[in-house]
Design a protein around this ligand. Sequence first.
Ligand code: ADP
Length: 398
Amino acid sequence: MKVLVLNCGSSSLKYQLINMDNEEILAKGLAERIGIANGLVKHEVAGKDKVIINENMETHKDAIRIVLNAIVDDKHGAIKSMDEIAAVGHRVVHGGEKFTSSVVITDEVKATLEECSELAPLHNPPNLMGIEACEEILPNVPMVGVFDTAFHQTMPKSAYIYALPYELYEKYKIRKYGFHGTSHKYVVNKAAKVLGKPLEELKIVTCHLGNGASVAAIKHGKSIDTSMGFTPLEGLTMGTRCGDIDPAITTFIMDKELLDTAGLNNLMNKKSGILGISGVSNDFRDVEEAADNGNERAQLALDVFHNRVKKYIGAYAAIMGGIDAVVFTAGLGENSPETREAVCEGLEFLGIEIDKVKNKVRGKQTVVTTDDSKAKVILIPTNEELMIARDTVALVKK
Ligand code: ADP
């Protein structure tokens, strides 16, 4: 069974076509600059040369059409006909409180997603556009929505209620939702296999450290807390997002810098984080390089980031009553030995002992603690697309 996985952003679309009989990626790529001039699609098929298609795309529907044509193209395609696509799995950022797991997309589901758009105004509308475009282009193909928030819906109320007037939760559903759920779920399941124990017996902290970053406390297979909140802005210091700050700073800056809400949102989401502190870049590679060359603010940005991740691991060990493993994943978690070492430094009291030699590894599933380390630190490459495709198959087969 071949499944197309789509991740629609505001001006981009990532895709993978996966043969779910053997979980092999048949084609993958990225359409960029949708709705802007100089659109392009980078398309890759196993065993063939990568191609770049320069074509403008006014809407997500145009992008999906170009992607599907590339997938069935005689020369650089992966399949003969679109009829071979048995189902489409869509990444959807916000499922609100309604979706606690993935769902087959129906008109009712679409209406609920529309309601959730208020909670994720930047993300859900393009996700919905992708769904509607597929309905038109592949009218009889079943579709499944897989939510970033769903895995965290097991959090207890004590973890997700903010200490604001309770009516605001009732009126506007202001609460912690958490994101990156598909990734946290994927890596925690892998971690249980690496540890050779049932997930239901384990206490694991998963650290998804990419440009966006979040940590989750997963006790006995259930997410019981996570660092992102009502929006992805809460929690860790990120590439360009500030993460946790004193909430009173917001009104203070608005007064001093004469910013409106849009200006403040832009400052906290796009100009802060390691970019804001270092003044160098939002990419950790650039900041690590600058720090190595003696740039003090770059080093400070990294120190702040490491400190924040470490604090969350400690807090989550406390709420779970211990820790069996810490998992590192995503761009930085998978590729930066320096980050893993700095975050785990001083965590010996939790039974964590990094093996500096084993830790010199990138992008490969590996235990990076010593054989004697009571708690394990594991690098696990994430695979959100595969997770989406698996859920899609499971629901479509029902
Ligand atoms: P997102 O999906 O949130 O955009 P990714 O998971 O792709 O993020 O991670 C991207 C980030 O990972 C980059 O900003 C970069 O900082 C970091 N990264 C990738 N490779 C390396 C590396 N070799 N060393 C340090 N950081 C890296």
